[in-house]
Design a protein around this ligand. Structure first.
Ligand SMILES: *Cc1c(COP(=O)(O)O)cnc(C)c1O
Length: 448
């Protein structure tokens, strides 16, 4: 029999065996496999740390979300938010499922085109679109969501030069009862700016107003705020019908649905508090269907949901480097995954699981990454079993934003693997090498 791992004794307040509101104390169940691939084998083949994405989970989550809306509203279109995860393999799965592309920069726009998305199915958001970007978008009949008046004037000038009538929407910001309000993007509803923008577009006749857009925030825990937002956009669209006799073709509710991750400091886990797709869909569709909009010419409902569609499909696998006691006596476990790869650890209390069966003794542990930075903390305090050097672990729900907001800092970024529907693994982004990084550097001759 293998010698058991020594665990240092420690003193802990005795918890009576009563179930608390979180239920009985539970032993951490390890995550040993992801879509039938063993974690140990994946790390053996592709190294540690390792990002793993499940195609099955992406497709299932997308279908669930689409179903929730399509059963409540007659015309629904999703557009994949590129900044949430723009690895081509991921984008193409969403496009295969029927998603258009939602981009917020010239770089993302080009990525969407390269992924085979038709220009007319690319939604161009964001405050920073330069003339080159706009020229391309106008030429390809893309849907340009105007963020500010300066952008409107640029598009007007371009439309004259190109002799084309650009298809535009305006981004509208508004009070939805959730604060702080995101009022830095688009035109405000309450103060009349949104109407001002609409009137200038309509009277000018050089632009075609096809849609109205709002993206009220991110990780919005309140489905009600969407009801308010949808009601206000419907009100604007109805106003346009009445005043100009045209029907707005689409209402775009943006993204922002909460994923099932737990926010830092939250009292209950995200899995218990996050509204379901059905609740969001109910809120939005009831606001639109019960509005004054002409029921024979209802606008298409566009959704740019990001994190709620991809978070569950991503895992980050890693390996323990060391354990130590802090001067406070608290246990610290140092792992090979740092905040450079886990940007979302600044906001979320990510769930971390051992990758093999472990002792049931949990101790409050701080999980540190490998960077030489005091802020490199994955979890400040997690009830965690003792994992020894070389043991593997799995971080859950990391599919959103980490693979776009990661930084090349101190270490190189690792492989990203996609597990397909048959359970086969494919590298979809190669581990970086020192050459990848230094090839961008230029050494002045006198230093060579
Ligand atoms: C980031 C973003 C999204 C996606 O947001 P999530 O919170 O990830 O759903 C959608 N639309 C716009 C305009 C965005 O900026």
């Amino acid at each position: 029999m293998e010698k058991k791992q020594f665990e240092r004794p420690y003193i802990k307040k005795l918890q009576a065996g009563m179930p608390s509101k979180f239920g009985m104390k539970s032993k951490p169940e390890p995550i040993t496999h992801i879509d039938d691939n063993s974690v140990a084998d994946l790390i053996g083949e592709f190294g540690s740390p390792l990002f793993v994405i499940s195609e099955k989970t992406i497709r299932e989550t997308y279908k669930k979300a689409h179903h929730a809306f399509a059963t409540r509203y007659p015309k629904v279109q999703f557009a994949w938010s590129y900044k949430t995860n723009y690895l081509d393999a991921v984008c193409r799965i969403f496009h295969q499922e029927g998603s258009w592309a939602e981009v917020v920069s010239g770089f993302e726009y080009d990525k969407a085109l390269a992924n085979g998305v038709k220009g007319s199915q690319i939604i161009f958001n964001g405050p920073d679109k330069n003339d080159e970007d706009l020229k391309k978008a106008v030429g390809n009949d893309s849907l340009i969501h105007i963020d500010h008046f300066d952008e409107m004037y640029s598009i007007l000038a371009l439309s004259e030069k190109l002799g084309k009538k650009p298809k535009v929407a305006i981004r509208v910001n508004m009070d939805t009862g959730v604060y702080p309000m995101w009022d830095r993007f688009g035109f405000n509803y309450e103060n009349g700016d949104a109407w001002d923008a609409i009137n200038r577009i309509m009277i000018n006749e050089k632009l075609e107003l096809v849609g109205l857009h709002a993206h009220i925030g991110t990780y919005m825990m309140s489905a009600d705020s969407y009801k308010i937002a949808a009601g206000k956009l419907a009100d604007l669209a109805h106003g346009v019908e009445k005043k100009y006799g045209i029907h707005i073709r689409y209402i775009d509710m943006g993204g922002g649905f909460a994923s099932r991750n737990t926010l830092k400091g939250a009292y209950y886990p995200g899995t218990d508090t996050t509204p379901s797709f059905e609740e969001y869909a109910e809120a939005i569709s009831s606001a639109l269907l019960n509005s004054e909009l002409d029921p024979r010419k209802l606008p298409t409902l566009i959704l740019e949901t990001g994190r709620a569609l991809i978070d569950d499909a991503g895992w980050l696998l890693g390996t323990v480097i060391a354990n130590k006691r802090l001067s406070s006596g608290n246990r610290a476990t140092i792992v090979d995954v740092g905040v450079n790869l886990m940007f979302t650890s600044f906001f979320y209390e990510h769930e971390v699981y051992p990758a093999a069966p472990v002792s049931e003794h949990l101790e409050e542990t701080t999980l540190y990454g490998p960077l030489c930075m005091n802020i490199d903390v994955l979890r400040e305090a997690i009830a965690f079993p003792l994992l020894k050097k070389g043991d593997h672990f799995v971080i859950k729900r990391i599919g959103a934003y980490n693979m776009t907001q990661w930084m090349q800092f101190i270490t190189l970024r690792p492989n990203v693997v996609l597990i397909d529907l048959e359970g086969k693994s494919h590298i979809i982004r190669k581990q970086e090498t020192i050459e990848n990084i230094t090839q961008q550097e230029v050494l002045p001759a006198y230093l060579a």
